[in-house]
Design a protein around this ligand. Sequence first.
Ligand SMILES: NC(=O)c1ccc[n+]([C@@H]2O[C@H](COP(=O)([O-])OP(=O)(O)OC[C@H]3O[C@@H](n4cnc5c(N)ncnc54)[C@H](O)[C@@H]3O)[C@@H](O)[C@H]2O)c1
Length: 356
Amino acid sequence: MAVKIAIIGAGKFGEVHLKVFKQLDMMGVVELKAFSTIKQSEIDEFAPKYGVKGYLDYKEMLRKEEIDGVTVVTPDFLHREIAVYAANQGKHILVEKPLDVTVDGCTEIIETAKKNNVLLEVDFHKRFDPDHIAVEKGVKAGTLGEILYCSAFMEDRIEIPTEWFPNWAPKGSPGWFLGSHFVDLMLWITKSAGTSVYTCGSKKTLLNDYGIDMYDSVSALIKLKNGASFCMDTSWILPRGFEAVVNQGMRIVGTKGVWEVDSQDRGARSCSESEGMRTWNNNFMREETDKQGRTVYKGYGVDSIADFAYNVEFLQQGGSIAELAGKYPAGEDGREVTRICAAIHESLASGEVVKL
Ligand SMILES: NC(=O)c1ccc[n+]([C@@H]2O[C@H](COP(=O)([O-])OP(=O)(O)OC[C@H]3O[C@@H](n4cnc5c(N)ncnc54)[C@H](O)[C@@H]3O)[C@@H](O)[C@H]2O)c1
């Protein structure tokens, strides 16, 4: 029995969800029922492209379509209202990261999902990257000894805040948009939680050159419960000439070893007259052609979204949410990430250390 899926939000990342579920539909795992957006232009573009019905009102979509699970791919600050509504309609939910921008919002989503016995998953795709899975396994096996410190950086090119989502970007920050990925990854790898946060940030390029009142960079020092420290730099003002749309990496150091991942430059690069120097993270998402000549997408960016469909399929086959515990990024994990990201921004505003 195919899992009946609908998507709420059809912007830049909503189209990635459309691609993933269309592909699973082709494989017979999913029946992609519909998507919703508040923009007619996106319905005009995506409904014929993916052969799926579009709605301008997600509540109408949930009322009219027979749906098992929905994915929420709207701007961050809208996740709460939509996820709570969908859970109350008895739908399993995959929410894009961050789960919500407030801890209270996360708690409301978690409790509503529990009350309705529906699955709540958060799309933290860094956990699905094979290079990160290897680090998690190595740390769990004790190969690094006791973790002393870890660090990560994630930096987008400037077109992301200025062209990708200029309308809602002023309500975001690189600390939320990018930081939430690596906060989740480090909590997952270290099996720890935050105890305090101190943050510095800068407003220069976006404010002075683009008139957008938003942080260019957010750097945080997070103390973890296991005694380790986690230092994270995020920014989204890399020049357009940078060789990839995102620059990212992580390292983790313990009493017995070190592990490093260059998550951007995985060794594949090109140079052409039209594109200049480029590096390729083919692990994230790559286009391939299957034996029938159909376009298919592979990579950890696909796996993390598809994971939701496979979890719902598991439930439909008689499995329970309790049996899935620890095997997917859950609402509670999303809340820990939000707790830290909210503290990062509280510290940014106050200039003080924030205790968690
Ligand atoms: N996992 C990742 O790597 C990744 C990457 C990019 C974005 N995201 C996340 O995905 C989410 C969406 O980001 P985006 O870049 O696609 O934003 P976007 O601005 O391109 O798209 C937002 C979409 O939400 C729709 N929308 C707004 N209000 C709505 C409503 N009430 N009902 C239905 N649709 C509504 C808009 O019409 C639009 O289609 C954000 O939470 C973002 O943080 C995740």
